[in-house]
Design a protein around this ligand. Structure first.
Ligand code: C2E
Ligand code: CA
Ligand code: CA
Length: 685
C-alpha cells in the first residue's frame, strides 16, 4: 500500500523538479538574451563611438578612401558585424565594409544615407535580428559625416545561448539529479516509518501479541500516527488482557461448576449423581456382554462421635484421609464415590469374583480399623461394608444400590467393622424392618407397648429389684423382641419417644409394683446410646420423678458399656447429674466390648452387669470363669455392685454367689413378666 503511495509521489516530485528546472532555464535564457543584447549594444556603441571619433580627423583632413577603409577594417575583429558604411553629410557613401556574416543584398549593396535616416534615429537601435549603430561623425552641430554599423544579433545570440546551455546543462542535470535523489531519499525517510508501521501491523497480525509497541522514529504526522497506534495498541492490549482474564475466570468457573456438579467438594471423589450415572452405564454394559458389576457400600462406624468429640473440622480431615486410604486398596478402574456424610460407594468393575470382592472389603475393614492420626488426635473408626452384585437385582440400578445398603446395614447390626455379602433373604428382612419402623408410631400412639419386669435377686433369692423390659405385640407382625425393634427405633429416630413412653409408664406402674414387694425395690430401666445424647432427657426424668413423687434412689439406669464409652464425655455429664439426683447407674452387657478396664475408675457407676455370654460359659470355658471372677473381684475393690444376667442354672448361680456376686438375674429366678403376673406371683408367695 505504501509503495503505491510512493509511485505517484515520486512522479509528482520528478515532474515538479523538472518543471522548476525548465522554468529556471527558460528564465535564465531570457535573462541571458536581454543581458547579451544589452552587452552587445554597449560594445557596439563603444566601438562605433571610437570609430566615429577616429573618422573625424580623417574626414576633416582628407577623405582618403584607403584610410577610411583601413579604419573600417578594424571591424574585421568583430565577426558579427554584417556591414558598415561611412557617409558624408551630403549622403555620399565614402566607404563600406562587409563582414563575414553577411553578404550585402541589393539594398545593402547600394545603401543611401536617406534610407538609414528614414528608418533609424541617430544612436543605437535594436531591430529584430540585428543591431544598428547610427552615429554622427564629429560634433552634431558640425557633422563631418555618418557611420552606420549593422551588427548581426541572431546568430551570435543563438551561439551564445548554445554555449550557455552547453555550460550549464551538466550543472543543471547534476542539480536536478541531486535534487531528485535528495527528494527520493527524503521521501523514503518520510515514508519508511509508514512501511515500518506496516511491518509492525503484520507482526501483530502474525503473533497476535497485542503488547507489542511500534518503535518508529518518524516526524510530524508520522510520529503522531505512531504514537496514536501505540495508544491504540495499549487500548487493544488492555482489552485483550481483560478478555483473557474474563475468559480464564469463565473457564475456571466452568471447571468449578463441573467439579461442583460431579465431584464431592470435600474429598474430590465423584459425587452421588456422577457415580450413579457411571454405574448406570457400567450396569448396562455388563448386562449387554453378560458380565456383572459389584458394588461396595460402606459406612464409617463411630464417625458421628468423632464429629461430636473433635469437631467437624477434624471430621472433615478424617473423611479426606479415609478417602485416600480406601483408594489405595482399589484396583485401577474401580471407582469410589462419596454419597454424603460418612457413606461411600465403590464400583468394582470387570465382574470380580467373591475372592476379589471380599479381599478388597477386608482390606478396607482392616485399613480403617487402624488408628488414624489427625492433627494431635489419634482417631479410631471402623467400616461396615455391604457388597452386592448387579445380577442379584436383575441389573436394576436403584435395587442394586439398595441391596448393597442392606448388606451394609447387616454389617452394622452384626457388630460393625465387617463386611457382609448381600443375599436375597435380606430383602425380606428389610421389608420387615420398614414395617416395624412404620408401626412403632402407631404402637406409641395407641399404647400397644407393655412393660415387663424381670427380678434381680440377692444370694438368698430375695428380690432386690426389677429390670424394666419393653414388650410389643403387633397386630400384623405378632410379638416383636426389643432386641429387634430397639435398634430399628434407634436408626429411624424413634427411640427418644419410646424411652419417654417407658419412663412415664414405669412411673405410672411404680407404686403398684412396689406394693407387691415386702420392701421397696429398685427398678432398672434401659437407656440407649441415643438417649444419652438427648439434652432434654435429664429434665424429663427429674420432672417425671417429681410428678410421680418417686425417690430417685429407687431408679437405676442401665446403659451398655459401648453406649457409655462411645459418648464418654456426654455420658459422664449426664450420669453425674442423675447421680446427683440420687439415681444409680448400671453398666450393661459388661465385658462384651472393651478389653481395657482402666476407664472404670473414670466413670459414674454403681453396678456392673456381667453379660450373659460369660454366665453361659461358666464351668464350660475356663477363660470365661476366670474373667467373671476377676470382674467380680475388681468390682468389689472399686466398691461396685456386681449383677450377673442370664443366670439359668443353679450351678451358675452357686458359682457366682461363691465368688461374691451381689445380684443375680435370669430365668432361674424369674422371666420378665407383666405387672399383673408380678402381682399374681406376689399373691402366691
Ligand atoms: P438387656 O438389657 O441385656 O436385657 C436383658 C435381656 O436378656 C432381656 O431380653 C431379657 O429378657 C433377657 N434375659 C434375662 N434373663 C435371661 C436368661 O436367663 N436367659 C435368656 N436367654 N435371656 C434372658 P429382652 O427383654 O428381649 O431385651 C433385649 C434387649 O432389648 C435388652 O437387653 C435391652 O438392651 C433392650 N431393651 C429391652 N427393653 C428396653 C427398653 O425399655 N429400652 C431400651 N432402650 N432397651 C430395651
Ligand atoms: Ca439391660
Ligand atoms: Ca444386658
Amino acid at each position: 500500500m505504501i509503495s503505491s503511495v510512493k509511485v505517484p509521489l515520486i512522479l509528482i516530485i520528478v515532474i515538479t523538479t523538472l518543471s522548476v528546472a525548465l522554468f529556471s532555464l527558460t528564465i535564465s535564457i531570457n535573462q541571458h538574451e536581454i543581458l547579451y543584447r544589452e552587452s552587445v549594444k554597449s560594445d557596439l556603441d563603444g566601438l562605433s563611438e571610437n570609430l566615429s571619433n577616429d573618422l573625424v580627423s580623417v574626414l576633416v583632413s582628407s577623405d582618403n578612401e584607403i584610410e577610411l577603409d583601413t579604419i573600417l577594417l578594424r571591424l574585421d575583429r568583430y565577426e558579427n558585424v554584417k556591414f558598415a558604411h561611412i557617409f558624408t553629410v551630403d549622403g555620399e557613401r565614402l566607404s563600406s565594409y562587409f563582414g563575414k556574416s553577411g553578404r550585402p543584398n541589393q539594398t545593402e549593396n547600394k545603401p543611401s544615407l536617406a534610407n538609414f535616416l528614414d528608418i533609424y534615429p541617430i544612436g543605437m537601435t535594436i531591430e529584430r535580428s540585428q543591431l544598428i549603430a547610427f552615429k554622427v561623425i564629429g560634433d552634431t552641430r558640425l557633422a563631418q559625416g555618418y557611420l552606420v554599423i549593422v551588427n548581426d544579433l541572431n546568430k551570435p545570440l543563438e551561439k551564445s545561448k548554445r554555449q550557455m546551455l552547453e555550460k550549464i546543462s551538466p550543472l543543471l542535470i547534476l542539480i536536478v539529479t541531486v535534487a531528485l535523489l535528495g527528494l527520493y531519499l527524503f521521501l523514503n525517510r518520510l515514508l519508511s516509518p509508514l512501511s515500518e508501521l506496516s511491518q509492525f501491523a503484520n507482526e501483530v497480525k502474525r503473533t497476535h501479541d497485542y503488547s507489542l509497541k511500534p518503535n518508529i522514529n518518524g516526524k510530524y504526522e508520522v510520529a503522531e500516527l505512531s504514537d496514536d497506534i501505540g495508544h491504540m495498541m495499549d487500548a487493544i492490549n488492555a482489552e485483550v488482557e481483560r478478555n483473557k482474564e474474563y475468559t480464564m475466570r469463565l473457564l475456571s468457573q466452568q471447571k468449578a461448576m463441573e467439579k461442583l456438579a460431579n465431584f464431592d467438594s470435600l474429598t474430590g471423589l465423584p459425587n452421588r449423581q456422577f457415580f450413579v450415572e457411571l454405574l448406570r452405564v457400567e450396569i448396562a454394559r455388563a448386562k449387554r456382554v453378560d458380565s456383572d458389576v459389584a458394588l461396595l457400600f460402606f459406612d464409617l462406624d463411630g464417625f458421628k462421635d468423632v464429629n461430636d468429640a473433635f469437631g467437624h473440622e477434624v471430621g472433615d480431615k478424617l473423611l479426606i484421609k479415609i478417602a485416600e486410604r480406601v483408594k489405595s486398596y482399589l484396583r485401577d478402574g474401580d471407582v469410589i464415590s462419596r454419597l454424603g456424610g460418612d457413606e461411600f460407594l465403590i464400583m468394582l468393575h470387570n465382574n470380580p469374583n467373591e475372592y476379589v470382592m471380599t479381599d478388597i472389603a477386608q482390606r478396607i475393614v482392616n485399613g480403617l480399623s487402624e488408628t488414624i492420626k489427625i492433627e494431635e488426635w489419634q482417631i479410631n473408626v471402623g467400616a461396615s461394608i455391604g457388597i452386592a452384585k448387579a445380577s442379584q437385582s436383575n441389573f436394576n440400578l436403584s435395587e442394586f444400590i439398595s441391596n448393597a445398603d442392606l448388606a451394609m446395614y447387616r454389617s452394622k447390626l452384626e457388630g460393625k467393622n465387617r463386611y457382609t455379602i448381600f443375599v436375597e433373604s435380606m430383602m425380606e428382612d428389610n421389608k420387615r424392618k420398614l414395617l416395624i419402623a412404620k408401626n412403632i408410631d402407631e404402637a406409641l400412639a395407641h399404647d400397644k407397648f407393655t412393660l415387663f419386669y424381670q427380678p434381680k435377686v440377692d444370694e438368698k433369692a430375695i428380690v432386690k429389684g426389677f429390670e424394666v423390659l419393653l414388650r410389643w405385640h403387633d397386630k400384623e407382625l405378632g410379638f416383636i423382641s426389643p432386641a429387634e425393634f430397639i435398634p430399628i427405633a434407634e436408626n429411624c429416630g424413634k427411640i427418644n419417644s419410646i424411652t419417654s413412653w417407658v419412663l412415664r409408664q414405669m412411673c405410672i406402674e411404680f407404686t403398684e409394683l412396689q406394693s407387691t414387694q415386702i420392701e421397696h425395690v429398685r427398678l432398672a430401666v434401659n437407656l440407649s446410646a441415643i438417649d444419652i445424647k438427648n439434652e432434654t432427657l435429664f429434665t424429663e426424668i427429674s420432672q417425671l420423678l417429681e410428678d410421680y413423687d418417686i425417690n430417685p434412689k429407687w431408679i437405676e439406669f442401665e446403659v451398655t458399656e459401648s453406649a457409655y464409652l462411645e459418648n464418654l464425655d456426654i455420658a459422664n455429664g449426664f450420669f453425674a447429674k442423675l447421680h446427683e439426683l440420687g439415681a444409680t447407674i448400671a453398666l450393661d452387657d459388661f465385658g462384651t466390648g472393651y478389653s481395657s478396664l482402666a476407664y472404670l475408675t473414670q466413670i459414674n457407676l454403681d453396678t456392673l452387669k456381667i453379660d450373659k455370654q460369660f454366665v453361659d460359659n461358666l464351668g464350660v470355658s475356663e477363660r470365661s470363669s476366670l474373667i467373671t471372677t476377676t470382674v467380680i473381684d475388681m468390682a468389689s475393690k472399686l466398691n461396685l455392685q456386681v449383677c450377673a444376667e442370664g443366670v439359668e442354672t443353679r450351678e451358675q448361680a452357686d458359682y457366682l454367689i461363691d465368688h461374691g456376686c451381689h445380684l443375680l438375674q435370669g430365668y432361674l429366678f424369674g422371666r420378665p413378666v407383666s405387672l399383673e403376673d408380678v402381682k399374681k406371683a406376689a399373691l402366691l408367695n
